[in-house]
Design a protein around this ligand. Structure first.
Ligand code: Z5A
Length: 210
């Protein structure tokens, strides 16, 4: 196993783009390079945050107002950072997360129209502005991601995934904007084609960290 500073990488993108698939594949590729890696997810990744995940993803869309929803994501993230991510990094491990702050910036900031400043303010308080070293955003045309998710789930969606096309279009635009605003950290990665080809593209975007 490698020793030295742990690195924190997040995988992002819209529903069904292949994050879960690539978390496993990229995770294996990194472990095969001798990296001691923890994979985790949001919302969730610690017992407290997994409990909040149930509140966030189940029930009617109207269960939470946009502000309450953003606070719940920020609270889950604060617990995840404190209990899971920081201890792993302190032990020299790498951490690969299925979603992190950029999901809140895109879904609550963009899709739900709270704006990125409000979401960043919650993150500043909850997680002391803690950020991944690299964020890889998987990109597909929207219908393609939804088509993949439908083929898997038979059309069932969670509270947030079930929102309409204009919501998901705003999410997509927000992810693209993040790559413009923070090009050193946030990289868009083409998620079309074979799974193995996507994993290679993701690894390419980490080459300077390996
Ligand atoms: N959310 C939020 O609003 N704010 C936040 O701060 C956070 C999250 C952290 C979490 O749901 C929801 O919470 C999410 C955003 C919101 N709602 N939406 N949208 P989640 O994490 O449980 O689920 P998800 O993020 O939406 O992901 P998903 O639907 O599970 O999809 P995925 O992980 O990106 O894709 P997958 O499961 O790997 O792949 C989907 C299918 O495609 C599957 O059958 C695969 O076998 C197949 N697949 C994968 N790769 C390929 C390729 N290359 N070709 C063909 N088929 C493929």
């Amino acid at each position: 196993m490698t020793s030295g500073p742990g690195r924190f990488i997040s995988l992002e993108g819209g529903e069904g783009v292949g994050k879960t698939t690539q978390l496993a594949a990229l995770g294996n590729a990194l472990r095969n390079r001798g990296i001691d890696l923890l994979t985790t997810r949001e919302p969730g990744g610690s017992p407290g945050a997994e409990a909040i995940r149930q509140l966030l993803l189940n029930g009617d869309d109207s269960r939470w107002s946009p502000r309450a929803e953003a606070l719940l994501f920020a609270a889950a993230r604060a617990d995840h950072v404190e209990k899971t991510i920081r201890p792993a990094l302190a032990a020299g491990r790498w951490v690969l997360a299925d979603r992190f702050l950029d999901s809140s910036l895109a879904y609550q900031g963009g899709g739900a129209e709270l704006g990125t400043e409000a979401v960043r303010a919650l993150h500043a308080f909850g997680s002391e502005d803690f950020l991944p070293e690299r964020t890889l955003v998987l990109m597909l045309r929207e219908q393609e991601g939804i088509g993949r998710a439908d083929a898997r789930d038979g059309g069932a969606s969670d509270r947030i995934g079930g929102r309409g096309p204009s919501f998901h279009l705003s999410v997509d635009r927000a992810f693209r904007q993040l790559a413009v605003t923070e090009p050193a950290r946030v990289r868009l990665v083409d998620a079309t084609g074979e799974r193995e080809a996507v994993t290679t593209r993701l690894l390419d975007q980490l080459s300077d960290l390996l």
